[in-house]
Ligand binder design. Structure first.
Ligand code: AOS
Ligand code: ZN
Ligand code: ZN
Ligand code: ZN
Length: 424
């Protein structure tokens, strides 16, 4: 047992007095505090298996010690996060990095830690050992039908694994694109992608969703076959009611207005889910909220407004997931930071005075509208998150507890210094 449950109680008892004072201070000003706390307690963010190890850069990988080397250990890591913050109750797997050998046993092991299996991710952006055809020139969009078929079959296999684990969603991200003008016939590449996805969609169980992730550039730098939300939405609309657009915050051209994109996708009933991360330049995959917390808040503002209008449950209506990976921090601590940042933005957006905002908008009162948003954004909601954690048996300060308990050191002791996670 890496984390002794009593340790959380001891930790919370020590911090309780200080927390009370901070909580009382902010909560007096908030009329619907209980409603917000309830929502915060329910809000869960899935953890991608590939974020549990240090990520690579284009130039090298610097693995940390004690990374999870097996799928069990990855689940164990997410279980640890969830025990600390009670906000990460699912893991998102990636095939072939996380092939489940004994799905039933894994399911049991995970549910013992309060963890279930979120979206399954396929991989047709790398060639695997023994694979017949190469993805060098793409997968679902490839000019050769045999390559397309191989990629289709892989996605169907991923669905099968997911079914065994109780997942309900397939996320497809393609590296398909081109780096040089003239390399591709755009319309043909798009049509091939559509017909390949249609074949995958035919194999999607009735209660599953298919998420189509777009990305403006990288690994190719002239065109991406699913390059933006328009292309993803076009595909999702043609595929049918189980297909949705997935928004990864790092996948836009610089300065894109992501909050406007998500508001329209929601309006169309085609927003499937999120990959949270933050960036300064491109798909930097940094910790959520570390660069542009106001953008994250504005995105949540649109999400809440749109979800409430449509009666979509905040906690279960959309797929919330982190997609981050980098080289510098302990991945578990980093994930705690990301979850906290996402929930801060969510809580701040819950504070927005919607009625006054609508009035200001209808009267073209620009100043009032801005003031209303900034009033919410500038509120320190951290005590609300802490209170929600306290009420669910999580730690008041997960990061400090992780560090004082020496959790990473214990993992290193158990797994060894050279234990490395599979992934990029
Ligand atoms: C790639 O840039 C995308 O963000 C993917 O969602 C993800 O990082 C990948 O599928 C990991 O395997
Ligand atoms: Zn992503
Ligand atoms: Zn990405
Ligand atoms: Zn990213």
């Amino acid at each position: 047992m890496i984390l002794d449950p009593c340790a959380i109680e001891v930790h919370n008892d020590r911090l309780r007095g200080k927390h009370r004072r901070a909580f009382d201070f902010v909560s007096h000003e908030i009329s619907h505090i209980e409603d917000i706390l309830e929502k915060l307690q329910k809000f869960q963010i899935a953890i991608p298996s590939w974020a549990l190890g240090t990520g690579g850069t284009r130039f090298g990988r610097f693995s940390g010690a004690g990374e999870p080397a097996t799928l069990e250990q990855k689940i164990e890591d997410v279980g640890l996060l969830h025990a600390l913050n009670r906000s990460s109750d699912a893991i998102s797997l990636h095939i072939p990095w996380d092939i489940p050998k004994d799905a039933n046993r894994l399911k049991q092991f995970a549910s013992g830690l309060g963890i279930h299996f979120d979206a399954m991710n396929s991989n047709t952006f790398q060639d695997q050992q023994g694979q017949q055809h190469s993805y060098k020139f793409g997968s679902l969009h490839h000019v050769d039908p045999a390559v397309r078929q191989q990629a289709i079959d892989h996605n169907i296999e991923v669905i099968r694994y997911g079914e065994e684990l109780g997942s309900k969603c397939l996320s497809v991200w393609l590296a398909d694109g081109s780096s040089f003008p003239g390399q591709l016939n755009f319309r043909q590449a798009f049509q091939h992608t559509l017909s390949s996805l249609q074949e995958i969609y035919r194999h999607l169980p009735a209660d599953w969703k298919l998420f189509v992730e777009y990305k403006a550039f990288e690994p190719y730098f002239y065109s991406t076959t699913i390059g933006d939300w328009g292309q993803s939405l076009l595909l999702a609309n043609k595929l049918g009611p189980k297909a949705f657009t997935l928004v990864d915050l790092g996948h836009h051209l610089p300065n894109a207005n992501i909050e406007q994109i998500v508001s329209l996708l929601l309006m169309e009933g085609k927003l499937g889910g999120f990959h949270f991360n933050d960036s300064k330049y491109g798909d930097d995959d940094l910790t959520a909220g570390c660069m542009k917390p106001y953008q994250l808040f504005l995105i949540f503002s649109e999400l809440i407004d749109g979800m409430d209008e449509k009666g979509i449950a905040h906690d279960s209506g959309l797929g919330w997931m982190i997609d981050a990976s980098h080289n510098l921090k302990d991945p578990l601590v980093d994930l705690l930071q990301s979850v906290e940042a996402i929930k801060i933005a969510y809580a701040q957006a819950l504070l927005i005075d919607r009625k006054s905002l609508r009035e200001a908008q209808n009267q073209n009162d620009v100043v009032a509208a801005q003031e209303i948003l900034q009033q919410a954004f500038r509120t320190d909601v951290r005590p609300l998150l802490a209170e929600a954690r306290l009420r669910t048996g999580a730690a008041l300060d997960p990061i400090s507890l992780f560090r004082t308990l020496g959790i990473r050191e214990k993992l290193v002791e158990e797994r060894g210094r050279n234990s490395v996670a599979t992934g990029l």
